[in-house]
Design a protein around this ligand. Structure first.
Ligand code: H2B
Length: 132
């Protein structure tokens, strides 16, 4: 098994984001991004004027629960050193976009962060917070 095979077998949620200012970081092309999409199946791969991003939305019961959600995501983002764009649209639509600003596109960091946000979801932390 070569190194790249080993890397692809490691779950995103078992990985840690690497600093974005590493010189060797390059934006993924759409084909590479598509190979990781099954691990973040709730997210959409969007092309924002040539910049690929991951995007997911949730409906929340109250504005305040949207902010609670952001607080939880912020703790994760700080521990990863990688940060999402957080949108609270209107009062009940929480939208998160993830991309690597430093290089203007997607890196594995973005997928790791998305997968870890989903893991919060799986643990029911967010849902309980959002729909109580
Ligand atoms: C040095 C450190 O990795 C950078 O400042 C990080 C912080 N968080 C970040 N988050 C995202 N999404 N993109 C970045 O380019 C980025 N840069």
């Amino acid at each position: 098994m070569d190194a790249s095979s080993r890397i692809s077998l490691t779950r995103l949620t078992d990985k840690k984001c690497v600093p974005c200012d590493l010189k060797e970081l390059r934006p993924m092309n759409e084909d590479s991004a598509q190979t990781l999409m099954p691990q973040v199946a709730e997210w959409n791969l969007v092309n924002d004027n040539g910049v690929l991003k991951l995007k997911r939305s949730w409906i929340v019961k109250t504005f305040s629960k949207g902010l609670d959600f952001f607080r939880i995501v912020a703790v994760l983002a700080e521990s990863e050193g990688h940060h999402p764009d957080l949108h609270l649209v209107g009062w009940n639509n929480v939208t998160i976009e993830i991309w690597t600003h430093a290089i203007g596109g997607l890196t594995e960091n973005d997928f790791i962060l998305a997968a870890k946000i989903d893991k919060l979801d799986v643990l029911d932390l967010l849902r309980r917070k959002l729909s109580d």
